[in-house]
Design a protein around this ligand. Structure first.
Ligand code: FPP
Length: 246
């Protein structure tokens, strides 16, 4: 590949080197708001606008899958008001179908929906159906998502199949498990980005991230721009991915 540019924020790497699938842990909304003397919800509001900008940018440069962590299985521990604000924002985004229809983005929602309101569950189904014809960029919104919950869910499905279809548990393989993940049929994330200076996975795509490259950045999510994404992408293309080989 051509040499790294001096300013890695100015443009993305050539399309053929881009990751097919990017995961983003959208972190730092609360700190961003606090630094401005605002309530935390303003950080989430700005964060949701940044999400839309980044999704649009991913589509423009040719990324095929983008997974964003919007609400984890652990986020229920937050104050009820904050939880309600995030849920309202998700509902609003899903109901306002023009946003992703106009952009021709396919939306998928990953996570355990059973704990979400009936209205949100309905909006999720509707948004998935309304955008299923789009093929360039698929955005997975992770809502009430946790990697451990996803694996437990897959294990339960497999156990049920063993009982109902008299399958031999000793014959189960990786493909059987992957069929029951929320991301079934999608490639694993090549790159996972976590802004805000935190350096951990926090229960995000635990199975799928086995060979992902991680890029941790100091910027807070509400300040994240396509230029930051370009930097992360150049960092990614400079990595030597060996998948356990030499
Ligand atoms: C982490 O920052 C962020 C969240 C738990 C929520 C992320 C949600 C959004 C960006 C909105 C989603 C909506 C749409 C439409 C995609 P934090 O609150 O933990 O930040 P902190 O660590 O600074 O407190």
């Amino acid at each position: 590949m051509e040499a790294m540019p001096k300013d890695r924020s100015a443009a993305p790497p050539p399309a053929e080197y881009l990751p097919q699938h990017i995961g983003i842990i959208m972190d730092g909304n609360g700190r961003w708001a606090k630094a401005r003397g605002l309530a935390r919800e303003y950080g989430h509001r700005r964060g949701s606008e940044v999400f839309m900008d980044i999704a649009r940018y991913c589509k423009r440069i040719g990324v095929r899958y983008l997974t964003v962590y919007a609400f984890s299985t652990e986020n229920w521990k937050r104050p009820a008001h904050e939880v309600a604000v995030i849920m309202q924002m998700l509902q609003h985004y899903l109901d306002d179908s023009e946003q992703y229809i106009k952009e021709e983005i396919r939306l998928r929602i990953i996570g355990d929906r059973t704990r979400l309101s009936a209205g949100l569950q309905k909006a999720m189904e509707k948004a998935e159906k309304a955008s299923e014809q789009f093929t360039e960029l698929t955005v997975n919104l992770a809502v009430n998502y946790g990697g451990r919950e996803e694996l437990l869910h897959a294990a339960r499905c497999m156990a049920q199949e063993c009982v109902e279809e008299a399958k031999d548990a000793a014959q189960l393989d990786f493909d059987d498990l992957e069929r029951h993940l929320y991301t079934a049929g999608q490639p694993d994330p090549d790159l996972i980005i976590r802004p805000s200076g935190e350096k951990r996975l926090s229960n995000f795509m635990m199975w799928q991230s086995a060979y992902s490259e991680f890029v941790f950045m100091d910027v807070l999510w509400p300040d994240f721009t396509p230029q930051h994404l370009n930097e992360a992408l150049w960092e990614y293309v400079g990595r030597d991915r060996r998948f356990g080989g030499i």
